[in-house]
Design a protein around this ligand. Sequence first.
Ligand SMILES: C=C1C[C@]23C[C@@]1(O)CC[C@H]2[C@@]12CC[C@H](O)[C@@](C)(C(=O)O1)[C@H]2[C@@H]3C(=O)O
Ligand SMILES: O=C(O)CCC(=O)C(=O)O
Ligand SMILES: [Fe+2]
Length: 341
Amino acid sequence: MIESNHNPPLLRDYTQLLQRSRDSVETKQRINYEQEMEECGLPLVDLGGLWSMNEEESVSCASEICKASAEWGFFQIVNHGISLELLRRMRKVQVELFKAPFEQKMASGLLDNSYRWGNRTATCPKQLSWCEAFHVPLSKISDETCYGEFSSLREVMQEYADAMQELAKSIARVLVMNMGGGRSLWEDNCNESTCFMRLNRYPSCPISPEVFGLVPHTDSDFLTILHQDEHVGGLQLMKDSKWVAVKPNPDALVVNIGDLFQAWSNDVYKSVEHKVTVNQEVERHSIAYFLCPSYESFIGCCDKESSIYRRFTFGEYRRQIQEDVKDYGHKVGLPRFLVST
Ligand SMILES: C=C1C[C@]23C[C@@]1(O)CC[C@H]2[C@@]12CC[C@H](O)[C@@](C)(C(=O)O1)[C@H]2[C@@H]3C(=O)O
Ligand SMILES: O=C(O)CCC(=O)C(=O)O
Ligand SMILES: [Fe+2]
């Protein structure tokens, strides 16, 4: 593939590393495995029940959310209250943004300098991500100076972030109440300035399935709401020690539990590993909204007596991840914070 001037130079930068390991058994096994993947339907929750005045309906909807969070760590939601018109408008500006020349995305300070691409610190092919992203702190979304010539982005980003914030909080409230928790955990610590929004683009990839779109990871937040591409699949998650692919549902958003809810619930809710594969012919877009607390917030456990994780702040957690990515090429995550280690 000739890398057009809006694509990051992924192939050029990855070539050496790939050539060195092309013949390895590990790479060959991984490629065979990817080609055999089947699609699955995630638990589907109709959020209509949650907004309903009928108590039986709202109790049953809440219990579906909690069951899926404990058994899958992932579910899809319909009737979520976010208009299709807003989702499409946001997707349209996202597509336009990524069409900007690579140099401009890299160097013009766009969206608080939040542009990232690939993983050039990787030491083996399984650490390579074939993607570019803007990982934007919500505190910067209203700041006009972040947008440069993309000033029309601001209004829709703000509208999208506000809508996602409300939705994420409604789901988090259900999960907290189910464990008998009060409002203190996140109502006071997560707000419109502590969360993140990540705009992802996975360019078509001539060497798929040799590299991932996004390497296997768990999210480092309370929960994530994902608006994935309506037609192009690629998201896979771990279920019963096997990778399963998520079939795109144009009417649904995908919700997944992050590390912080797993820690807070003492492993009742599961922060499940997921990854993205790439496609030889078509590109894929997605937007993730991460519900996060402020860096100073302590992530305790709802049951302080029997907590399996030590208390830590979100800032401490993020720093440890960055250190581990630097030292080992990947995130270690919650196991680092177990009381017994
Ligand atoms: C190299 C890495 C950065 C990352 C953790 C990881 O080991 C693998 C995936 C990355 C990711 C993607 C989703 C989220 O944006 C993120 C915060 C996460 O939890 O996993 C990032 C991590 C990061 O940027 O620190
Ligand atoms: O693009 C996707 O489907 C998933 C993205 C993701 O996992 C993330 O941004 O954390
Ligand atoms: Fe993720």
